[in-house]
Design a protein around this ligand. Sequence first.
Ligand code: ATP
Ligand code: ATP
Ligand code: CA
Length: 220
Amino acid sequence: MKQKQYAVLGLGRFGGSIATSLYNMGHEVLAIDINEDKVQAYSNAVSQAVQADSTDEKALKALGIRNFSVVVVAIGQDIQASIMASLIVKEMGVKHIVVKAQNDLHGKVLEKIGVDRVVFPERDMGARVAHNLLSPNIIDFIELSPEYSILEFVATKSMVGKSLIELNIRAKYGINIMAIKSGKNKINVAPMATDVVQEDDVLVVVGHKEDLKVFEGKMA
Ligand code: ATP
Ligand code: ATP
Ligand code: CA
């Protein structure tokens, strides 16, 4: 894998976690925060930690931000600073920009600026935990669009030993089984109608939210 260079602006819990995770995966990470204490705290956890104001165009230029493959803007409370930093980085021509949004309106402004990805960590993690609370079988929930989602769940007792034809999930609920995970490393990404669900298998299904809701209701 080719090494990419990442820059993370804002070292709150979210930005800090992204920066250290990327660094621990062997990538070069420049971490920037306006707060010197934050910079100190991350100085040994990333390639380079620098104190700078991300809304200061000159400072970002001096740090060579334009040369980074990916820039993550993880400034939370100060929406104005987040927007300004995103715009500066976009105008510098950075190819891939990911920004944490505080609310829907903030997200819309970021889309207008043309950032590549807007993330809502608190909202999305809250939704994932809520789905998991519905049933201990539900491991994860990922929103693909306002209408479609992916649901990951442990096969219930009543599913074990049955083939996909017998389960008939597509016809019953209008949702599709995309993959079946068995054990730690085995994953069947092209499940066939005759494949049989084993105990502890994890099924990954995709479908319309309303259909997934009906399906989840059966598991709760
Ligand atoms: P968390 O990810 O912990 O939920 P948050 O979304 O609540 O964080 P803040 O704590 O407001 O966001 O900001 C995250 C970080 O961004 C802080 O460490 C803050 O010092 C830093 N920050 C804020 N403004 C700037 C700026 N203009 N330039 C650089 N860093 C900044
Ligand atoms: P976010 O999930 O947005 O990142 P946060 O983790 O930064 O939030 P806060 O904003 O400090 O956390 O607190 C979250 C919510 O909890 C706030 O609405 C706050 O009013 C509420 N809260 C704080 N302390 C208490 C308390 N003792 N009892 C009830 N609610 C509280
Ligand atoms: Ca927060």
